[in-house]
Design a protein around this ligand. Structure first.
Ligand SMILES: [Cu+2]
Length: 474
């Protein structure tokens, strides 16, 4: 129950934590698009075909993390709109509208009112400080009554209609949108499944991996098609010892050919890794000869598509004598290349290796919405795998230092001692860097209670979702 309690506490504070941790440094520049005349109301262009009502709609916006609340303002056609911005956030924000109305940046705790002018058509506003709009600081003014909609009636109703609400496949989802979906969905369990009890002889592990294809939410307004092993992406995390044998029955209930490739095995690929058609199955048996956190993935061409659509997972084979720790978590990084709503990965984005979203265990920011937990003084081990398909992981825990790092078969530091035979005294590590398909683990012992964000320190990838929080309680 203490862990559940910690998670609840974490959820309460998580918005502040994630946003604080993710933000670019507050801009010291007060210029930019928001630096116009304070309170200037209009661009001088009178909205066409709207008769002023003589009435004023007054709305107060507050700041929650990196979002305006409310994010949508309804205004009767012809009303004048007055917006009061209460900066309840923890850094400076401004507010500009597409019609030119603009407020200068406000310090935290400050408040100001802006005359946005007479509203005749839908209008977007945003914070113009660097990166803030892209992170979700947008407010939509929606006209009610009157003849709104006339300004969009000349657009074709097909293709891109409806794609201008912030989550378009071209601009990528915002952090706020991704976090909304992370909060609304159950997190992938990050705890390493327990080892089966051992009688000292190698164990047999038997699994059925059933391939399915389904839709999965990315944001409240966008889903993608995922291809999975047993319904989740990543697929099941397997855990065993050197010498254990794994018997996998692969069943293809998808709509196209799929396969599986276990890096943890050492076998001729011809038969076990072959692609099977829908309705077929195959047996894949391997004995784990070497320790590591090994990737598995679909190896049907094009592998970029099959991996990016979710067909990957990890097999953790413990080094002999690995010491037990208080917490063992598994984080698998992967990239999402978003297409249209409901579509599979976008081939052009894959070709240029430009993902929209980067995730730990399949969903961006899910461990911000549902933090991982530990207690002060506990030893926490993060098993890490970079499933890619393309980009790297520089795993860092904000506020923490790793006293133990193991990567692809070797320790570089063990309990604060370098393994090189030359470095004297206590040392440690700040990051574990992994390329595509590489794996390892890090350990740290947090000495103070608090909120420790864990990130891909390639910050663009971290801000695209490879980010979470470890909540440490006394
Ligand atoms: Cu596949």
């Amino acid at each position: 129950m203490s862990r559940a309690g910690g998670a609840v506490i974490g959820i309460v504070v998580v918005a502040a934590v994630v946003l604080t941790a993710l933000l670019v440094r507050p801009s010291l520049a007060s210029g930019g698009a928001g630096g116009g005349t304070p309170g200037a109301a209009t661009s001088g262009t009178t909205p066409a075909a709207v008769t002023p009502t003589g009435h004023t709609t007054e709305v107060t916006l507050t700041v929650e993390g990196m979002a305006f609340t409310p994010s949508t303002i309804e205004v009767p056609a012809g009303d004048r709109l007055e917006v009061t911005l209460d900066n309840t956030g923890d850094q400076r924000h401004d507010l500009v509208f597409a019609n030119g109305a603009a407020l200068d940046p406000l310090a935290p705790g400050d408040s100001a009112t802006l005359d946005v002018g007479v509203i005749g058509a839908d209008l977007e506003g945003w914070c113009s400080l660097p990166g803030h709009r892209q992170m979700g600081m947008v407010v939509h003014v929606v006209v009610t009554g009157g003849t709104e909609g006339a300004d969009t009636s000349d657009q074709p109703s097909g293709d891109m209609a409806g794609m201008d609400h912030g989550a378009s496949a071209t601009s990528g989802p915002t952090m706020v949108e991704l976090l909304d979906t992370a909060r609304a969905t159950d997190p992938y369990p990050a705890e390493l499944p327990a080892l089966p009890a051992s009688d000292g002889t190698p164990a047999d592990h038997r699994y059925t991996f059933t391939v399915t294809e389904q839709e999965d939410p990315v944001t409240p307004g966008l889903t993608r098609t995922v291809w999975t092993y047993n319904g989740t992406s990543p697929g099941p995390i397997l855990h065993g010892r050197v010498g254990d044998t794994f018997h996998i029955t692969l069943v293809n209930k998808g709509s196209m050919g799929h396969s599986i490739d276990f890096h943890a095995g050492d076998v001729a690929p011809d038969e076990p890794m072959r692609t099977i058609e829908p309705g077929e199955s195959l047996e894949y048996v391997f004995t784990a000869q070497r320790s590591g956190i090994w990737m598995y993935h679909c190896s049907t061409m094009p592998m970029t598509q099959h991996i990016a659509n979710g067909m990957f997972g990890a097999v953790v084979i413990e080094p002999d004598g690995l010491e037990p720790v208080d917490r063992s978590y598994v984080l698998i990084q992967s990239e999402l290349y978003l297409g249209a709503d409901g579509a599979v990965a976008d081939a052009a984005k894959l070709a240029t290796m430009t993902p929209d979203v980067v995730a730990f265990n399949g969903r961006a920011f899910q461990y911000d919405a549902h933090p991982l937990t530990a207690r002060v003084g506990e030893r926490v081990r993060f098993w890490l795998l970079d499933a890619g398909p393309n980009l790297g992981l520089g795993f860092h825990v904000v506020g923490g230092q790793f006293d133990t790092v193991w990567r692809e078969g070797a320790y570089s530091v063990f309990h604060g001692t370098s393994t090189d035979g030359h470095t004297q005294g206590v040392t440690g590590s700040q990051v574990l860097t992994l390329g595509a398909a590489e794996g390892g683990f890090v350990e740290l012992v947090p000495h103070e209670a608090g909120h420790y964000p864990f990130v891909n320190h390639a910050m663009t990838l971290g801000e695209k979702g490879a980010h979470g929080v470890l909540v440490v309680t006394p």
